[in-house]
Design a protein around this ligand. Structure first.
Ligand code: 13P
Length: 254
């Protein structure tokens, strides 16, 4: 049985004091959470401070991006090894803000996925369609294409370690959440794609999160869908009580 996995993507928010306070609040509350995996992904400059605040807790540390090379003249970039060194277990890759604001391609994301797995990190690989693509009936085609490009060339054992996050771009930070049925349709399609590229056991094992305006009020219904295994949470992960409300929604379901 897949475990629910709730991760907070803090994006470019907080400062040192706020990041540490948020991490401490979540770590404390997480002590009473069972059967749900948890992570927070602060800005990289606060990874170490947040890691200290999470020490000994059930909350894993994640980064929001990395570069695929191991080391060298890549000004401003961080390698997978550096993230491991900072205590990271996870790294978000191919987030829509990186795809659409910073121009990341599937090919670039694919290199990062390989490098992250080689270093022992669990990549949380984001896919999702734009509003215009959904309205043109292209959602499943876009997802298929992003899957094939971002996750190319992974052996089954590697694919089994990947977390996929379905984040429809039109639902991110807009308050417009996908309906549970809209999200479930794409999650089921992703599982079918996994079965076609790999096999039933990989398809059944891979955790697929939903992201896009997840809040305590809509979490339980989304997470109650058979193929939705957790959430990648933006705005609501910046408030301890809201993040906990979403975790409570996950607990109701498994
Ligand atoms: P919001 O929860 O703020 O819509 O952001 C979702 C997201 O992009 C998580 O990675």
């Amino acid at each position: 049985m897949r475990r629910q996995f709730i991760a907070g993507n803090w994006k470019m928010n907080t400062n040192r004091a706020a990041a540490v306070a948020l991490a401490e609040g979540i770590a404390k509350a997480a002590a009473s959470v069972a059967n749900v995996d948890l992570a927070v992904c602060p800005p990289c400059c606060y990874l170490e401070a947040v890691g200290k605040a999470l020490a000994g807790s059930k909350v894993g540390l994640g980064a929001q991006n990395m570069y695929h090379e191991k080391e060298g003249a890549f000004t401003g970039e961080l390698s997978a090894g550096m993230l491991v060194d900072m205590g990271c277990k996870y790294v978000i890759l191919g987030h829509s803000e990186r795809r659409h604001i910073l121009g990341e391609t599937d090919a670039a994301i694919n290199k990062k996925v390989h490098a992250a797995l080689a270093a022992g990190l669990t990549p949380i690989v984001c896919v999702g369609e734009l509003l215009a693509e959904r309205e043109a009936g292209k959602t499943l085609g876009v997802i298929q294409c992003q899957f094939a490009g971002s996750l190319a060339g992974l052996a089954s054992e590697r694919m089994a370690k990947v977390v996929i996050a379905y984040e429809p771009v039109w639902a991110i930070g807009t308050g417009k959440v996908a309906t549970p049925q809209q999200a479930e349709e794409v999650h089921l399609a992703l599982r079918k794609i996994l079965a076609e590229h790999y096999d039933a056991s990989v398809a059944e094992g891979v955790v697929i999160q939903y992201g896009g305006s997840v809040k305590p009020e809509n979490a339980a219904e989304l997470l109650g869908q058979p193929n939705i295994d957790g959430a990648l949470v933006g705005g609501a992960s910046l408030k301890v009580d809201q993040f906990l409300g979403i975790i409570a929604g996950a607990k109701e379901n498994r």
